[in-house]
Design a protein around this ligand. Sequence first.
Ligand code: FAD
Length: 452
Amino acid sequence: MKRILWFRRDLRVEDNPLLSLGGEVLPIFIFDTQILNSLPMDDRRVSFIFDRVLMLKNSLQTKGSDLKIYWGDPLDIFNALEAEGFDEVAASGDYDAYAKERDIKVSHILHFRYLHDTYIFKPEEVLKDNGTPYLVFTPFYNKAKAHFSKEHMQEYVYAKQRLYETSYEGITKIDVDREEILPLTIESLAFKKNLLKIDNVEMKLEQFKKNLPCYAKERDYLDKDATSHLSLDLRFGTFSVRSLLRFLLTQKKEGIDTEPFFRQLIFRDFYAYLLFHFPDLSKHNHKYRFNGIEDKGKYAAFCEGRTGVPVVDAGVRELLQTGDMHNRVRMICASFFTKDLLLPWQWGEGFFAKYLLDYDAASNILSWQWSAGTGIDPQPYFRIFNPYLQSKKFDKEAGYIKRWVPELLSVDSKKLHDESYLLNHAIEGYPKPMVVHKEASKNALAYFKQRL
Ligand code: FAD
């Protein structure tokens, strides 16, 4: 069997089903111009992916294999490869709308072998007794937990394989029927290198081992750094979810309660499962006709981190500066965006998609729909976060706020959770809150009720 191994969301050698297949193989990665063409030159994610692709190439070389790196439209690339007599292309499943459509088109060129890798469960594995997909998390979670077995943690072993003979040098640019070899640099892709300070998986796990016992108690506190920071690795597959489950098992055997963290991993699975079964969710509400009100001025203030609501601005600035945002702050920001500002959730989803390093269509879309109350789960639309109470509870000393909003450094921490103080006092260089929370929530509720 002569096959192409197409790396996408699985940029690693360890525990990778693609590398367990054997036979004669051509391992490839494609810098997809359909995606890259709309991104800014200094996009952080492209830098991250470029680095990880080079690491993958290196790891494969140490195994006596290699990675051929392409730049172009996948369809042109597979059309060119088809002529070389491959039997199939193998790749791990991806449920995002663009990826699904692209894979179907590729399957018309070459036999497509879809492998299960990115999530714990296959989409058809956890269904209701009547064979239909769950819509609510808790019953899904209970069924998933009952169904979970050793097999879900099984490690894939690197199989003996013969490397297809071709040139693995540089970046092969394919443009319909023109082929060109470019130097192996990010500049060849017309992007600039972005220096990112991201720990490797081993360092993250070492740190997380210390945090795991307090994960449930501390994960929501903005200044505690109690979470794993593994979303990026899970997104790009630099660490397999099965390896993470085996890590959890060793911790569990040492008496640590791993359940709260396991639950979050199931959340990740649940969101991908929902997007798989209900692809329409990527653009449309599941219920209610709340579309939000398009207001470019409000949107611009939010995106610049200048709403005058300290915790919201801190979150947005953390995102703009680092490509990350604490989970609790993502929830606060999304609630403020869709309820206090009544903006369309799709705009907020798009803004996060542009800047989040760990951007994952399923987690992002479903979380925004959850916040807007338009999604599939029974989250009531009338639940509205009060950003001041949230920051008072989860960032009491305002350490997080002050780290990202330096204009507020000299303001007494308590005042940063006090809306009436912020509305009535000028702070140099920092705007007053653009809405009064109580009025804005009343307004939002009236808007929603009209559309029920
Ligand atoms: P940990 O707390 O250590 O959790 C471990 C893993 O579980 C995470 O790495 C992640 O894969 C998964 N996880 C944790 N919480 C959630 C959750 N609420 N939903 C789904 N999976 C979860 N996560 C993304 O990976 N990509 C996104 O684009 C994304 N967008 C979001 C948008 C909004 C509005 C909200 C509210 C949440 C979003 N999340 C997203 C979920 C969550 O915020 C991140 O997964 C988490 O902050 C990553 O940090 P961590 O790895 O330290 O998480």
